[in-house]
Design a protein around this ligand. Structure first.
Ligand code: SAM
Length: 288
């Protein structure tokens, strides 16, 4: 069912036993999870709204995210349309933890300038807004125009005023030298972590596509890196498993751009309650 090269890569990274567990988990149904909009309701109110459907809190985001025991019809729910919550895959909520770590290392919580470079449909953007005070600003960018429209709708629904949605190529940010305190690059990737949610991700996967994605990620990162202030933080993430797009790119950011990796984490279906996700927290050194 999955390409042989993909299975070989997993075996190399994890060993056959763990790789086997991940592959079995990819045949199971994905979990459904939601994240509260703290500006509109509390997590307790949202749990009460879902009643018996409300399940366990997401372990790495217990104050904002929880699983649902089954998938309701979100489009029939007025609170969904009111932006009281966002339907977000649990693993990717880890970006919020890394963001909090970055802010605590920066030593100031207010007046921050934050960029979410590959932002549509808005999962990370809405989470970042929940973690920012209103004296901070978030630029949420999406290069694909139709996806930027969806991003703008989701941002409007979230209801914060301290966010600007832009529709630019990453190269447009190069000139903003040392501007942002924190940037999130949730890069377009080969999507191995979405294999159980999205059949197209399996159909489109190939070793050539992995190489293409890894090269595109480096181009994107090289374009925005000058816009990060010295001492600022990059959160680099993908929803794929292979080292070319994940660890190798983090190593490249450190050796070629002058970053220091403070944390790297994989989320594996079958081991973590969520889809495949990779995230790294990288600090920009003074020299670059
Ligand atoms: N951060 C989003 C979220 O949490 O909802 C998901 C982002 S998705 C993994 C990657 C995004 O990168 C897509 O919206 C895609 O349109 C965009 N993208 C595709 N090619 C790109 C490129 N060359 N430069 C920048 N972004 C690109």
């Amino acid at each position: 069912m999955f390409p042989a090269e993909f299975i070989n890569g997993l075996n190399e990274s994890l060993g056959p036993e763990r790789a086997g567990r991940v592959v079995s988990a990819l045949a199971e149904d994905p979990e459904v999870s939601v994240r509260v909009n703290p500006f509109k309701c509390s997590v307790e109110d949202l749990r009460a709204h879902f009643g018996p459907l409300a399940g366990d809190p997401v372990a790495w985001a217990p104050e904002e995210g929880f699983y649902l025991r089954e998938r309701p019809s979100f489009t029939l729910d007025p609170l969904f349309h009111a932006g009281a919550y966002y339907v977000q895959e649990a693993s990717s909520m880890y970006a919020g933890c890394l963001f909090d770590k970055a802010v605590s290392q920066l030593g100031r919580q207010s007046g921050l300038k934050v960029l979410d470079l590959c932002a549509a449909p808005g999962g990370k953007t809405t989470q970042l807004l929940s973690h920012l005070d209103d004296a901070s600003i978030l630029v949420a960018n999406e290069v694909v125009p139709s996806r930027a429209t969806v991003l703008a709708e989701n941002v409007a629904r979230w209801g914060c005023a301290n966010v600007a949605v832009t529709n630019s190529d990453p190269s447009a940010f190069t000139a903003l030298r040392s501007f942002f305190d924190v940037m999130v690059v949730d890069a377009p990737c080969s999507g191995e972590g979405m294999f159980r949610k999205d059949e197209r991700a399996v159909a489109e996967w190939s070793p050539d596509n992995v190489r293409l994605c890894a090269a595109r990620q480096r181009r994107i990162l090289g374009n925005v890196w000058p816009a990060l202030a010295a001492g600022g933080f990059l959160i680099y993430s993908t929803c794929t498993f292979n080292r070319y797009e994940d660890e190798d790119n983090v190593e490249w950011i450190c050796s070629e751009l002058g970053g220091q990796c403070l944390e790297m984490r994989h989320f594996w279906p079958g081991e973590d309650r969520g889809e495949g996700f990779f995230a790294a927290l990288i600090q920009k050194g003074a020299r670059s």
